[in-house]
Design a binder for this molecule. Sequence first.
Ligand code: BES
Ligand code: MN
Ligand code: ZN
Length: 491
Amino acid sequence: MKLLSSNTAIQDIQSAACFVFAYSDKAATSITNIDTTTDRQLSGYIDSGVVSTKVADVTPIVGLKGIGFSTLYVIGCGDSAVFKENVLLKVVTAMSATIKRAGLGDIHIALDDLQVVGRNVHWVTQKVIERLITGFYQYDTTKSTKNKELSLELVTFLSAESGLQLAIDNGRCIGHGINIARELGNLPANICTPTYLGEQALALDVAFPEISSSVIDESELEAMGMGCFMSVSRGSVQPGKLIVMHYQGDNSGSKPHVIVGKGITFDTGGISLKPGAGMDEMKYDMGGAASVLGTMTAIAELKPTINVIGVIAAAENMPAGNATKPGDVVTSLSGKTVEICNTDAEGRLVLADALTYVERFDPETVIDIATLTGAVVVALGHHPTAVYANDDALQQAILSAGIAAWDRGWPMPLWDDYREEIDTPYADLANISNVGRSGGSITAAMFLAQFAEKFTWAHLDIAGTAWRNKKEGASGRPVGMLTQYLLDRSL
Ligand code: BES
Ligand code: MN
Ligand code: ZN
């Protein structure tokens, strides 16, 4: 799919299809321009209600005399005063659906019509492209009947603004990264194993000269002393992997930003077995890992001047004869001992050792991303990602990147008040709270914080945002937030 921008006037173009936008309270630029050569017919349709201005309503107009487009698709945008981010997304979703349904191959979009309150044309361009691309994604990998291939080959954005190339590239690459994360999330756990995730990382190494990847096997992890990681992985016949991807975009010796993803490719709970109902959704428990692969892909395509290391702690959490039992005590890579009171609190265990592992990179910042707790869904629902940090500036930077990318987070506390809730008489730390379920997302973050004392660190609990339900599938979040954060930090 080719993406272009053009500042040719809409009345001067001969082509198949153009998307224009109609507000209930004012005439958009393109409508006014089209009116000049069509005897005000289009405004007439809108004023009389023949063409709806209701948000996301699509009205095709075929063969309007006086313009060069065979079909105009008019999409309703509602009241211009409240045309905000979420309304734009509804409009773009309607546009992708129309493109798919009508099998369009070549479209123009009257971009300057889309005036989102508080956002400029670059932001709108980037967002429209990202959402068009994610709007075309449909899972069919494990279905015998495949979806129709996307017919769209050429999109031309009509705008008076010329320098839109950067926004176009950002939107395209971030959209692609999001789709990669969604596909990995949606794949079943019998395909998307730790080994499979490792293969994806090695494929990035082959595809991009800026990326070099390595996959560390269990024997080495065991020998290294990753007792927490191995306590999760040991019960599975699928071998666990620690996956490391280096993106080198800056040769001036700047310290790397590290992103660490929880890659539990299936979470049965282990010996602390989860109930059967809905357990299939635990295939999404590698959403953090998926977001790392999606972000690394977007970064490798955009090639910002920055160094980034993507790490994935990949394992399957299974019950078995040799699986960890509640009450077992293990020694982490850091040397701290952990009593595993509940084998279903496994994400924090694999991440604890991965966090200690990344100390060797002398990182500028470290962000881990994990579908860590059911409790965060109780706290925040499915809208924001929970953002924890041991540094206020980093927390703020991530929240700002989330607002910029419209992939938002919400700040959560890491007060030392919570620390004693993970005390145990039998080890340095317990892997679950000793006060029950209250504040479960926070005590999980507090556990991770004990392994992130040596660097500037943030933790994103994405259990509410990586997917909402099976029907919608994996969301690809927070690839947008992470990529924006890294772009903000590039030179
Ligand atoms: N992967 C789950 C968290 C989860 C649950 C994500 C539901 C999305 C939806 C995690 O490994 C887990 O099982 N956490 C436990 C922690 C508890 C044992 C302290 C949880 O949230 O119940
Ligand atoms: Mn679990
Ligand atoms: Zn889990």
